[in-house]
Design a protein around this ligand. Structure first.
Ligand SMILES: [Zn+2]
Length: 142
């Protein structure tokens, strides 16, 4: 047993056959949404079968990266190394119509509100791991 503490690092998401492709796109700097090839329904998180038509055929589209806050929660504890607290976790209604759970950054937790316009910003961990996050929309600002 090692007593040496590992370097703080973000907890990596589980990746398997059904979602590794999505993380490969994120690693390339893109937020993408899985789309059913048969009925065109969008879905997230990635899964092998369309829940509308049961088709196993799919491709994906690039998300615009804009959306609004559908719901949110502010986490103060427990505090894991590698994260900045408090953490604002948001459920974002993407402009494309699917929902995406993410972290909201560059925003005071007291300023978060339902329906707030947000935009995607690609977060990059010190080890190079990329994770799409959101921040208050800068559109219209000067
Ligand atoms: Zn379908």
């Amino acid at each position: 047993m090692s007593e040496q503490a590992p370097a703080p690092s973000r907890i990596k998401p589980p990746m398997g056959h059904d979602n590794a492709w999505w993380w490969e796109q994120a690693a390339a700097g893109k937020l993408v949404i899985q789309r059913c090839s048969q009925c065109q329904a969008l879905r997230h998180p990635p899964r092998p079968m369309c829940n509308k038509c049961q088709s196993l055929e799919w491709d994906f589209i690039d998300a615009s990266g804009t959306g609004t806050v559908c719901s949110f929660t502010v986490l103060h504890h427990p505090q894991f190394p590698g994260y900045d607290y408090p953490l604002v976790i948001v459920l974002v209604d993407l402009a494309e119509g699917t929902r995406y759970t993410s972290q909201l950054i560059d925003c005071d937790p007291d300023d978060v509100d339902f329906g707030m316009a947000v935009e995607m910003v690609m977060h990059i961990d010190p080890d190079g791991f990329k994770l799409p996050m959101f921040r208050p929309s800068q559109a219209g600002g000067s």
